[in-house]
Write a protein that binds this ligand. Sequence first.
Ligand code: PLP
Length: 367
Amino acid sequence: TTSNRSLNFGAGPAKLPLEVLEEVQNELLSYEGSGMSIMEMSHRSKEYGKINRDAQTAVRELLNVPDNYKILFIQGGGTGAFAAVAMNLLNRTGTADYCVTGTWSSKAAKEAEKYGEVRLAFPVPKKLGKIPDQSTWTLNPDASYVYYCANETVDGVQFHFIPETNGVPLVTDMSSCIMTEQVDVSKFGCIFGGAQKNIGPAGVTVVIMREDLLGNPMKICPSVFDFTNVNKENSIHNTPATFSVYVMERVFQWIQRNGGIIAMEEQAIAKSSLLYSTIENSNNFYSCPIDRIARSKMNIPFRVGGENGDERLEKLFLKETEELRMFQLQGHRSVGGMRASLYNAVTYEDVQTLVNYMKEFQRRHEH
Ligand code: PLP
């Protein structure tokens, strides 16, 4: 039943749909009457083969992935993909352009520096929370790729446009926004995203890679990160995170049953608008430091008790929300304040509950 489930606004690993958890629970001890859990079965079994195939097909259908793209499942998380992207794509020219707009793109750039030359598309903004207009960027025509993080989970900054790169392959980290809005995959050389926020448990990272960019990994690239090799082996090169892929496949089915990506996008707009408007209409009792045109629909940082936050009120806010079973609202340690993550499994009603509490809290503490 839903009654003992908490409201979970965590940034990841994050809330999964109850329906999926129940389905997994029902199948846990005996997958399709086999008397075995899926996690006890060989990754070469026909059962897992079907899950692997169905999951790939679902990604293709949900995101309208064109035929000239391959869908891969790797391990190593988003962080593993930071290195993998560099080792698979830097070989062309040895240099890449990075857009650093927050914590995760910054980490990706640092990782890539181990494998080649990283040039910044623009100076890192002194105060995060903005994306510089593309007219001010410097992109290099000889870059192997241009990299950006579509949604900065920690900082609450999201790209609401696709950068123009004049033919240079575009790579993006969609770890915290994959399958939350429609995306024109044909604009990208490579899209990757860890599953543990919108589409499943930790352990699997989805990679969508344009076929013609395969075939040129660096010699030092480990075989588990070599996209050419992983593709050749249909993502069963070595033992995959079978249970994670299985749950993810069930989440894909859940998305399909619930109206697909269009519906996820509508929900994301409705949920985030509700929270942002509550913040905006609070007379500065609540505040969000992010530039309006770069605000994330997924991760919404905000302060309580004025622009810089009131430490006492923020502590109290966290304590009371937890008493009401609203969890993981504490902002990232590097940013402070609150952060509400509104991934696919978070419902509009969940956000209404939060917003109603926020209004009530304000009435009690505003003077
Ligand atoms: N990229 C983004 C946008 C993230 O939010 C995260 C984790 O929160 C990562 C990358 C790193 O993912 P992982 O912890 O799976 O390495």
